[in-house]
Design a protein around this ligand. Structure first.
Ligand SMILES: CCCCCCCCCCCCCCCCC/C=C/C(=O)SCCNC(=O)CCNC(=O)[C@H](O)C(C)(C)COP(=O)(O)OP(=O)(O)OC[C@H]1O[C@@H](n2cnc3c(N)ncnc32)[C@H](O)[C@@H]1OP(=O)(O)O
Ligand SMILES: Cc1cc2nc3c(=O)[nH]c(=O)nc-3n(C[C@H](O)[C@H](O)[C@H](O)COP(=O)(O)OP(=O)(O)OC[C@H]3O[C@@H](n4cnc5c(N)ncnc54)[C@H](O)[C@@H]3O)c2cc1C
Length: 634
């Protein structure tokens, strides 16, 4: 007799009479029906392997045991690559990020940097000969690499890196050295125990002149013994400069010194997708839990309501739900720009490089910071159970908030965006993704609160805040301040302008995707509601920017507030159906709060029972410490 599958009755009710085709949204997010089929086949292939399951929860292992266990599984995953139903690169992409990969490697993938940065650095900056020599070795895992750029003393200011690579024309070798404690490479993932090679960013010195930071291939450990090579701590020998700027002892300048930063641009682009995947997990967990959890009294005398029926809970969870679509669609647009720009750069056409740099910095900073804030709101929306390690919120938050720092600390990236915006606005040049900065904003300044009218408000704010920042810079200049001081004293305005630009890009991506997309009417309706909710939410959150740069009135704001709460009520009935459309398996969510069946309390109880402390009634420490204290009559 088949075992009755339990489904929480409230969740079951939420799923009845769904007005849209969930699979249509799943296919949209996956990039098409075929991609969904491929993803599900890959998930079955990986998650059905018993050797990839944790015997005990990772949180109860020692640091060293966690590392060993993650390395065991990571290596097993690599052995499974060859037979993957999805092909190498799609499998690697799935295994390196916050989706399928995190279902197996909950503490992180010791081999991630090899694929996410080391190989991309070789592909992006190695010469043909160097790629011929190293890429096959890297893809065959005959070497494990990392990307060693950050030092104890410098992570942001790359021109301040202290590691030096001095070219010796006699031996035609580079001598790499870390001249001080602050020059020690610090932070690179896998550098400590896993990698035996690294792409090392170092200041290139030749003929006594510093030519700036360049990437070098350095062997760190013996390929057989894995022992660090002699002198590895503070002196590295025999590195090879990746990309050929030394021709017969003479330095040949690259067409653009920033091309050596290309690997960072790649990761900033993929990080936008990765934090969105993590946000989807957090929203799914919190939404399902909020429809299972019944608490307090809404109508006196009635049964305790689902907490999702409180408008306050909808206000917490529906904007992040909408954000997952907004960020995904924006990340897709950025990915397309990355490919176009990269193909052009390979042909020597660097025209799109500033746009790519500006937009990748903007979107990485926006998606990571917004996702981190939203994940924390999702955690808080689940009360005490959201605080438990087994809820998976602490791990999801840790992964997302790390992205606010790595690959360019967000503040620093916002200032990079501002530099690009000010230059584009002043020079009225270029600006593929900032076309609105070129020429004057046309049309009446009156406000209409339709979708198109709200997008126009975002554009006015984006232009207006750049002009406010430029006015501040000019004012400082007139006072005789040096450009670097004027820039520093306008930082607050510059960052606001950058953030407004990033939000405009996300809003336009969302609106344009709905216009262009071949969607059924029911899906278009629910996604349009989410789009309108999200762009009004952000406008209400940042209303000062809009008051400053448009004719927005108090009446407009009150009208938008009413529209916002109406949309909360309209979307509420579809919240569970929308997160079901993400098609995130329980193993990927890895949380008793978010499981598809809603069997929350039993799963919480089972998780608690796994704790080593719950394997006996009295822990041995009682007899060692507590009992003597109880007897000591202090
Ligand atoms: C094969 C399978 C593949 C699988 C992939 C699967 C992916 C799946 C998911 C991935 C999961 C995510 C895991 C991520 C792990 C990451 C781990 C972390 C790694 C790191 O953190 S690596 C180190 C990162 N460090 C940084 O980012 C440093 C930040 N600092 C800088 O970038 C720079 O110092 C600076 C930009 C802040 C300032 O530099 P500088 O002072 O030299 O520049 P200026 O401000 O003076 O500007 C000069 C001009 O240069 C332009 N510029 C600057 N940077 C760039 C760039 N990167 N590209 C292009 N142009 C750049 C400026 O715009 C200026 O131009 P202008 O015309 O003069 O204005
Ligand atoms: C989880 C994780 C993984 C990492 N992995 C790697 C890796 O694999 N390889 C690698 O090379 N690195 C790695 N890093 C390092 C990372 O790239 C750096 O931490 C990051 O670039 C920030 O640099 P920093 O730590 O020097 O911070 P700092 O730049 O020292 O930041 C400190 C403060 O100074 C401010 N600040 C700095 N410069 C400016 C400025 N010009 N204007 C205004 N404010 C400024 C910042 O906004 C921040 O508030 C990793 C970091 C983390 C957290």
């Amino acid at each position: 007799m088949s075992k009755e599958i339990y489904e929480n009755p409230d969740l079951k009710k939420e799923r009845q009479n769904c007005p849209f085709n969930k699979e249509e949204i799943t296919h949209l997010l996956d990039g098409g029906k075929e991609k969904t089929i491929e993803r599900k086949q890959l998930e079955n292939y990986i998650l059905s392997d018993e050797q990839l399951k944790d015997a005990v929860p990772m949180e109860y292992l020692s640091h060293a045991d966690k590392y060993a266990e993650e390395l065991r599984k990571a290596c097993l995953l690599m052995h499974k690559l060859a037979d993957s139903p999805a092909g190498q690169v799609p499998t690697l992409r799935a295994l390196m990020g916050a989706g399928l990969g995190s279902a197996v490697l909950k503490e992180g993938n010791p081999l991630a940097l090899h694929y996410v940065m080391f190989i991309p650095a070789l592909m992006g900056q190695g010469t043909i000969d160097q790629q011929a020599k190293w890429l096959e070795k890297a893809y065959n895992l005959n070497m494990i690499g990392t990307y060693a750029q950050t030092e104890l003393g410098h992570g942001t200011f790359l021109r301040g890196l202290e590691t030096r690579a001095t070219y010796d024309p006699k031996t035609q070798e580079f001598i790499l050295e870390s001249p001080s404690l602050t020059a020690y490479k610090w932070w690179p993932g896998s550098l400590g125990k896993t990698a035996n090679y690294a792409v090392v960013m170092a200041q290139l010195y030749t003929k006594g002149k510093c030519e700036g930071t360049h990437p070098f291939m350095v062997q760190l450990r013996d390929e057989e013994t894995h022992e660090p090579l002699p002198g590895i701590v503070n002196m590295w020998l025999n590195p090879v400069c990746i990309s050929s700027y030394i021709h017969y002892g003479t330095y040949v300048k690259p067409t653009n010194s920033k091309l050596s930063y290309a690997t960072m641009v790649f990761v900033r682009v993929v990080v936008c997708q990765d934090v969105t995947t993590n946000l989807r997990k957090a929203v799914t967990i919190a939404t399902r839990y909020s429809c299972v959890r019944r608490q307090s009294e809404l109508k006196p005398g009635d049964r305790e309501p689902q907490v999702m029926d409180y408008q306050a809970q909808q206000n917490k969870l529906l904007p992040p739900l909408a954000a997952t679509f907004a960020f995904q669609l924006a990340a897709d647009h950025l990915w397309n720009l990355y490919h176009t720009a990269n193909n052009n750069i390979e042909q020597g056409d660097l025209e799109l490089l500033p746009d790519l740099h500006g937009l990748s910095c903007a979107l990485k900073a926006l998606c990571s910071s917004e996702a981190a804030n939203f994940v924390e709101v999702c955690r808080q929306s689940c009360g005490g159970h959201g605080y438990m390690s087994c809820s998976n919120f602490p791990r999801i938050y840790g992964q997302v908030t790390a992205a606010e720092t790595y690959e360019g600390e967000n503040t620093v990236l916002w200032l990079q965006v501002a530099r690009y915006l000010v230059k584009t606005r002043k020079e009225q040049s270029g600006g593929l993704s900032v076309k609105y900065l070129i020429g004057e904003e046309k049309g009446p300044k009156t406000v209409d609160t339709t979708l198109e009218g709200i997008v126009k408000l975002y554009r006015r704010a984006a232009v207006g805040l750049v002009d406010v920042a430029i006015a501040e810079l000019d004012k400082s200049g007139r006072k005789g301040e040096a450009p670097h001081d004027a820039w520093n004293h306008a930082a607050v305005y510059l960052i606001k302008a950058a953030q407004a630009h990033a939000r405009l890009f996300v809003v336009e991506s969302f609106v344009d995707s709905l216009k262009e997309g071949k969607l059924s009417a029911p899906v278009r309706t629910v996604l349009s509601q989410l789009c309108e909710l999200f762009i009004i939410y952000w406008l209400l959150e940042r209303s000062g920017d809009f008051f400053l740069c448009s004719n927005l009135t108090k009446q407009d704001l009150l009208l938008l507030n009413s529209k916002y709460v109406e949309l909360l009520a309209a979307i509420r009935p579809q919240a569970v159906n929308l997160v079901d459309s993400f098609d995130l398996r329980d193993e990927v969510l890895n949380s008793p709060l978010g499981c598809w069946d809603g069997n929350v309390y039993q799963r919480l109880f089972d998780e608690a029972a796994k704790s080593p402390l719950n394997q006996s009634n009295v822990h041995e420490s009682f007899h060692k410490y507590l009992k003597p204290l109880l007897k000591s009559n202090l």
